[in-house]
Design a protein around this ligand. Structure first.
Ligand code: NAD
Length: 318
């Protein structure tokens, strides 16, 4: 197979960008766009025509199974289970936006099904594909303290999930990636609903079995956006800002008390395109995909533990 025939399901806020990026990937043939709201697809089609692409349009995802080798699922989270299961059963490779599902047992079922059927499954943890994150992973070898602020302004999107599954899950994935093999021994988490019935702001403090402490804050009701992760280890620290697309590395000389700073900017970085290239080229070459279903499940499990703590602590106030 020279080109992978791909369909995208869900042409909303993020799905449109997936369509634009896939249209720029030589080894992908974007053959179908699916959305239950036809107006949304028309807007995307206009842009794709300018890029010389002319995918077919559908309102029911079941109708594209015969046309595609792989699908990219960018629908609201509560629909992920049904749609992903349909395509995994048809043995089509699946790129599934995060979080896998809004129910842990359904996510486990999907991941097990993909494994049993040997169907490639990649989860949309886009932050792993940021150049600034890759830089931090290459420099920081043994973090002892990780602090993350992931703040967004309120929008009407993704309100079927709480802010842990919506935003914090990216930082949970990064923590687990920065500390491979470590277990979370202690969680204290607080949060509160504001605009929805689910927590819209959450702070979680995690302590890992080697003592590493992580202080994570996620909010979807802030006045401005922020995506900043600070990672400290003995003698140095890194600051990743994925909005600014920057990486700052600071080393300290304890004898002279001097700081050595190195700042890198990655203005051309396109992590959405990078994760889709990884998906398309990985499938064509028969390479394993990462983050796969199992990896996606680890952060989801942690997200549910945090949610339980938030709910317990909220009850104390009510
Ligand atoms: P959105 O509401 O803007 O778009 C969802 C689209 O799916 C809509 O156009 C809707 O009409 C369509 N849709 C709903 N049910 C459908 C169905 N059964 N078949 C076909 N189309 C259907 O939402 P969004 O912000 O684009 O988010 C979509 C998904 O992407 C969510 O799971 C969200 O968590 C995820 N997301 C991930 C990131 C990231 O950083 N990786 C960022 C934003 C959103």
């Amino acid at each position: 197979m020279e080109k992978l025939r791909v369909g995208i399901i869900g042409i909303g806020h993020l799905g449109r960008f997936h369509a634009e990026k896939l249209a720029q990937i030589d080894k992908a043939d974007l053959v179908a766009l699916v959305d239950i709201n036809p107006e949304r697809v028309q807007e995307a089609v206009k842009k794709l025509k300018k890029l010389g692409k002319n995918p077919q349009i559908f309102s029911n995802y079941r109708d594209i199974a015969r046309l595609v080798d792989a699908v990219v699922i960018v629908t609201p989270t509560f629909t992920h289970y049904e749609i992903a299961k349909f395509f995994i059963e048809k043995e089509k490779a699946v790129f599934l936006e995060k979080p896998i599902t809004n129910e842990l047992n359904l996510a486990e079922e999907l991941v097990n099904l993909a494994e049993k059927k040997n169907v490639p499954l990649q989860i949309g943890y886009i932050e792993r594909f940021q150049e600034a994150v890759k830089e931090a992973i290459s420099k920081i070898k043994n973090p002892v303290f990780i602090e993350a602020h992931r703040l967004s302004c309120f929008t009407e999107r993704n309100l079927d999930i709480d802010v842990i599954l919506d935003l914090m899950i990216h930082d949970l994935d990064l923590v687990l990636m920065l500390k491979p093999g470590r277990k979370v021994e202690f969680i204290h988490a607080v949060g509160a609903p504001f605009f929805t019935n689910l927590p819209d702001i959450v702070n979680a403090r995690l302590v890992l079995d080697d003592g590493t402490t992580c202080n994570l804050t996620a909010s979807r009701l802030s006045l401005s956006r922020q995506r900043r992760i600070r990672i400290f280890e003995k003698g140095s620290y890194a600051v990743i800002d994925t909005l600014e697309k920057s990486f700052l590395y600071v080393q300290v000389d304890p004898s002279t008390k001097e700081y050595f700073q190195e700042k890198k900017l990655f203005p051309q970085d396109d992590p959405l395109k990078s994760e889709l290239i990884h998906f398309v080229e990985g499938i064509l070459a028969g390479r394993p995909l990462s983050p796969n279903g199992k990896e996606g499940l680890q952060s989801l499990e942690l997200a549910f533990q945090i949610r339980k703590q938030v709910e317990q602590n909220l009850r104390k106030f009510l």
